[in-house]
Design a binder for this molecule. Structure first.
Ligand SMILES: [Zn+2]
Length: 96
């Protein structure tokens, strides 16, 4: 079962802040596993944890949706995302 409730991240700020897949430099968005938010890349089946209760909407998930997401995340590999935001911050602090 492929869950359809992956929330796309269109805002570049978010993907820069929460990281992107280190292989392709992008993310398909995030899913909610209970209160946990996981960003994913479908092409490379990677996932990374970004935090708890940062975004709204996790309360509205049905049990079957949550199970679908859990099954999907189980197959995905947890990786360290590329965080452009932190890199920029690091570069800025070096410049100062
Ligand atoms: Zn990828």
């Amino acid at each position: 079962m492929i869950p359809t409730n992956v929330i796309p991240i269109s805002d570049v700020q978010y993907s820069m802040q929460f990281g992107v897949c280190p292989i392709c430099n992008k993310t398909d968005g995030f899913v909610n596993l209970g209160k946990e938010h996981w960003f994913i890349c479908r092409d490379h089946e990677t996932k990374w944890f970004v935090g708890i209760n940062l975004f709204e909407g996790w309360q509205n998930q049905t049990v079957s949706q949550a199970q679908g997401i859990e099954a999907m995340l189980d197959k995905y590999k947890e990786i360290d995302p590329l965080r452009k935001y932190e890199e920029d911050e690091a570069l800025r602090s070096i410049a100062i």
